[in-house]
Design a protein around this ligand. Structure first.
Ligand code: SAJ
Length: 435
């Protein structure tokens, strides 16, 4: 079957296709560098001039993108960045990697995707392939992107190609990088699917085509909803085990000896990051429009959202045992980032623990080697170093994020520490309160 996208596929295969990447964050920049390293001419587009300047100076601001790789691509002339989106009309491919956050009402905030589609629609090129990578609800590509792109009179599957391919970047993961994470691809028809598969086959070891853009959108939401719901389950088991006098950590360690049919998740202070706490609510929002209530997603959200309060209850009980109220106590948090070894505080449950303790009258300080300064939701604080913290005096410590940089043997010798991550598992003692 001769596909309308054949000429584009040829240009992709002989590396003549010019690639435009819109959004140069933790997804877009690694992707841009991969295409440049594969020999394509790549232009990265972003509204943030500081990102554009840094890239054109060969300076990486994404920990997963080694500076030398970026500099090599820029020096070789295969990668440049720009805030002028009109350059898209010279690109055979427009790959959209912009954020999809939630509004305060827990409804999807599609404003970034909308703006990106507007600039793509305004700067089309005959035979252009448009790919949306941003995690979003099933139907986004078909219902939002398609009409915007065809408004110019072009027709998808004829002189325009459209696909969805979810980003699967795991920030800070040294094993799985853009090039070795299988890439899901769903086109708005066979010609679009073929073109998008040919594109990603140039930079990713395994491409997995699915039947539609909606299927591809749903794959990503299944992946992240799977995590949110299972984390909610294990957090509920932690709450239950505490009531029943069971050690949930012992139970998990024993359960994971089962060589099949089980995957361990671990309790914690809550659910952080810009993916897992957010993405499932894109799915439940869309399902609700079809009259379907996603009870697991809502329930997991409630349980995960209750964990910071549970941590504060454990702190209150621990202080109470030494006849100290939270009010007036000095409490120190070890870790403010949303998970180990990342420099990201978005949705971090440690921030909720911090606010709840302050609201109860505690004086709270923190140590986080990855977050020297905190300026979130109106709370501005400067972290103190691990050594300063260990030399200081406080009534209770809370281990909120199990960064590798912490010296756990020393932490376990503190007079009182609430360990929300079981990081002190090898240093059990009456002074260590496990979640
Ligand atoms: N968490 C728990 N218990 C667990 C696992 C995680 O409380 O058993 C907490 C973490 O501390 C964090 C939150 O949940 O606050 C999310 O953790 P995460 O391990 O899911 O990390 P993320 O948010 O960086 O998720 C990314 C996701 N990548 C993308 O969305 C592209 C996710 O798909 C990956 O599966 C995940 O990394 C991963 O596996 O590390």
């Amino acid at each position: 079957m001769s596909l309308a996208s054949q000429p584009l596929i040829e240009r992709i295969r002989n590396k003549e296709a010019r690639i435009g990447i819109i959004g140069l964050g933790y997804v877009g920049l690694p992707l841009a560098v991969e295409f440049a390293r594969a020999g394509f001419q790549v232009v990265g587009f972003d509204v943030d001039g500081t990102k554009v300047e840094a890239i054109n100076a060969g300076t990486s601001y994404i920990p997963d993108v080694p500076g030398h790789e970026l500099k090599e691509a820029v020096d070789a002339g295969t990668l440049r960045a720009s805030t002028d989106f009109s350059g898209l009309r010279d690109c055979d491919v427009a790959d959209i990697c912009v954020p999809t956050p939630l509004r305060k009402t827990k409804d999807p905030d599609m404003s970034f995707v909308q703006k990106a589609l507007e600039v793509v629609a305004a700067n089309q090129r005959p035979g252009q392939l448009v790919v949306l990578e941003s995690t979003t609800y099933p139907g986004t590509t078909e219902e939002l992107a398609l009409p915007m792109l065809e408004a110019s009179g072009r027709r998808v599957e004829h002189d325009l190609f459209l696909a969805f391919s979810p980003e699967r970047v795991d920030p800070g993961n040294p094993t799985y990088l853009t090039r070795n994470i299988p890439k899901i691809v769903g086109g708005h028809g066979p010609a679009s699917t073929e073109a998008a598969c040919a594109l990603y086959a140039q930079v990713v070891s395994q491409v997995v085509p699915v039947s539609s853009t909606r299927a591809a959108e749903m794959v990503k939401l299944l992946e992240n909803t799977f995590r949110a719901v299972n984390i909610g389950l294990i957090n509920e088991l932690a709450l239950m085990s505490h009531k029943m006098g069971l050690d949930v950590w012992e139970v998990i360690d024993a359960a994971k000896t089962k060589p099949f049919g089980f995957m361990p998740f671990y309790p914690g202070p809550g659910l952080g990051g810009h993916c897992i706490p957010i993405d499932p609510f894109y799915l439940s929002w869309k399902a609700r429009q079809s009259g379907f209530e996603c009870r697991f997603i809502e329930l997991a959200g409630q349980i995960n959202g209750s964990m910071p309060e549970f941590v504060v209850t454990r702190v209150a009980d621990a202080l109470n045992a030494i006849r100290k109220p939270i009010n007036g106590s000095r409490i120190h948090l070890f870790g403010i980032a949303y998970k180990r070894d990342v420099n990201d505080v978005r949705e971090s449950p440690a921030l909720d623990v911090l606010e709840l303790l302050i609201r109860r009258g505690a004086t709270v300080t923190y140590t986080d080697p990855h977050i020297p300064e905190l300026d979130e939701h109106g709370r501005r604080m400067t972290g103190i170093s691990f050594e300063q913290a260990m030399a200081g005096t406080f009534d209770c410590a809370v281990l909120t994020t199990d960064h590798s940089a912490f010296d756990y043997a020393r932490l376990a010798r503190l007079p009182l520490i609430v360990d929300t991550r079981n990081a002190l598992r090898n240093h059990a003692g009456p002074n260590v309160v496990r979640l």
